[in-house]
Design a protein around this ligand. Structure first.
Ligand code: MCA
Ligand code: AMP
Length: 490
């Protein structure tokens, strides 16, 4: 079996990771992650406290080298969400950077610190860790590599179990589609507890033997600096490209930096055609979109050698079988740019199961095809256009998938709330913004919007908080008592 990270195994002296002013070469990463791997080896699963730091990348790579499934945890998880993830995934260890104070749900576990890793800008190496501990044996392609939590329409998030073969299949298909090489230097500012930022954004460059510069947090100045000093590719969610499009008219340095990039890639939600056009007009570069999902990793992309076409997510990646299915379950054969069907996927890029949820796993498949819930049409030349989603109770805000039901349940626990419904509304910056419709328990003293946002942020996560709260005397319901969400916006 070939190694997951060939440049690591070869102890390449090229840069691999840079976070702020701290860097690691592939050889240094081999030592840092290798010695950590020895300490986590044999654990059933490890939770990694996924701050946007070098330590997180080292912790995840250590788990992969040791063959221990890694559960990346959003460090901004609220109490309830965290308790669910910890009890559902039952990690036997938590990996965190030294000095980080963990919340009670994780502090109760055995802890392994990542150690002080990385070389500073002044060339000062960190004192820890000692190495080298490679080579590690390769692990079976079907064995679980990562468990990534993703929201559904109702209930708490489900843990998608991603096997090693899904990682290699998707990253190698992207190598083909994007002509991604060891010479590429990626810049991004995505969180490290989801597929986009972690698998594509960190493990991708490591598998190619190239490098990544993580900005810690997104701002257009950081993008300008990285792309003007050697970075070749940018990964972002549409909100980031929207902010870039807004900044471009008054920021010639940003325009120049983007025009020199080899590849600008957007994903996690649709990038509006307006933003595509504004960026192309100001930089001469076309953003390309790729389409994926936590459960499937990447399915389609506009190819680096293909025609970039705004409003499409390109063609199926190598090794991915994609079909459209109509409401009666029949496969749509047409490539006519108008017949809408649900996207269903087969391929080595798929997850194996939802952890502890055989019911949900079974419901997600039909005849071995994974139902994405995304509705699309196909152009005559095979380009896929996503036109909507089956479930109205799934909201994509800032590129995060958020289930309405999960937020409603938390809102209903607030003493000032009698009834609650959550919807997504179009938002120029976030794509969709979370709106809470509230019937207060006491009409004369409704809880403030800020109080409700804080309540949701504390229990779930800051990105799940309602951005708008609307107060009603009653929710519109049908004869069965079911809330009619479409009527809310009227
Ligand atoms: C505000 N904050 C609060 C509250 N209000 N914290 C606690 N309680 C409150 N009431 C804090 C936040 O924590 C944060 O802190 C700051 O205020 C701003 O947060 P937020 O409003 O969330 O930021 P934003 O401006 O809305 O963020 C936009 C963003 C973000 C940067 C684009 O949405 C983002 O990073 N999106 C990426 C999502 C992603 O990676 N999706 C991939 C999954 P502070 O300022 O300290 O940060 S999809 C996927 O993986 C599939 C496979 C795919 O296809 O890619
Ligand atoms: P997640 O569950 O967070 O992994 O998000 C997966 C979902 O994001 C998909 O089912 C799509 O609805 C959406 N998505 C990802 N990439 C794109 C894209 N380029 N265009 C439109 N939607 C996308």
């Amino acid at each position: 079996m070939s190694p997951l990270f060939p440049a690591l195994a070869a102890r390449a002296e090229r840069p691999a990771l840079r976070f702020g002013d701290r860097t690691l070469t592939h050889a240094e990463l081999a030592d840092a992650a290798g010695s950590l791997a020895v300490r986590v080896a044999g654990a059933r699963r490890i939770a990694v406290w996924a701050t946007p730091t070098l330590g997180t990348a080292v912790g995840v790579v250590a788990g992969l080298l040791a063959g221990v499934p890694v559960v990346p945890v959003n460090p901004r998880s609220g109490a309830r969400e965290l308790a669910h993830i910890v009890s559902d995934s039952a990690p036997s260890l938590v990996v965190a950077e030294p000095g980080v104070v963990l919340p009670p749900a994780l502090a109760a576990l055995d802890r392994v610190d990542t150690g002080a890793v990385g070389t500073g800008a002044d060339g000062t190496p960190a004192t820890e860790p000692s190495g080298p501990a490679l080579p590690f044996p390769e692990h079976a392609p079907q064995s679980p590599a990562l468990i990534v939590y993703t929201s559904g329409t109702t209930g708490p998030p489900k843990g998608a179990v991603l096997p090693r073969r899904a990682l290699t299949a998707t990253l190698d298909a992207l190598e083909d589609a994007w002509q991604w090489t060891a010479d590429d230097v990626l810049v991004h500012a995505l969180p490290l507890f989801h597929v986009h930022g972690l698998i594509l954004g960190i493990l991708g460059p490591l598998r190619r033997g190239g490098s990544v510069r993580h900005l810690g947090r997104f701002d257009t100045g950081g993008v300008t600096r990285a792309l003007s000093s050697g970075a070749t590719m940018l990964f972002g969610v549409p909100t980031m490209y929207h902010r870039i499009a807004e900044a471009l008219p008054s920021d010639p340095a940003l325009a120049e930096a983007l025009s020199g990039a080899r590849l600008l890639v957007s994903g996690s939600a649709a990038l509006p055609v307006h933003d595509h056009r504004r960026i192309a007009a100001a930089t001469g570069r076309r953003v390309i979109e790729r389409y994926g999902m936590t459960e499937t990793l990447m399915n389609t992309s506009v190819r680096a050698d293909g025609e970039p076409r705004a409003g499409t997510v390109g063609v199926p990646l190598r090794g991915v079988a994609l079909r459209l299915v109509d409401e009666s379950g029949d496969t749509i054969e047409a490539f006519d740019g108008e017949t809408v069907g649900e996207i269903q996927i087969r391929g080595a890029n798929l997850f194996t199961e939802y952890l502890n949820r055989p019911d949900a796993t079974e419901a997600a498949f039909t005849d071995g095809w994974f139902r994405t819930g995304d509705m699309a049409i196909r152009d005559p030349d095979g380009y896929v256009r996503i036109v909507g989603r089956k479930a109205t109770d799934l909201i994509k805000s800032g590129g995060y998938k958020i289930g309405a039901g999960e937020i409603e349940n938390v809102l209903l626990e607030h003493p000032g709330v009698r009834e609650a419904a959550v919807t997504g509304e179009p938002d120029p910056d976030l794509g969709e913004r979370i709106v809470a419709w509230i019937v207060p328990a006491h009409a004369e003293a409704p809880p403030s919007a800020e109080e409700l946002a804080d309540h949701v942020a504390a229990q779930l996560a800051a990105h799940k908080r309602p951005r708008t709260v609307r107060y009603l005397d009653a929710l519109p319901r049908n004869e069965m008592g079911k809330i009619m969400k479409r009527a809310l916006h009227d």
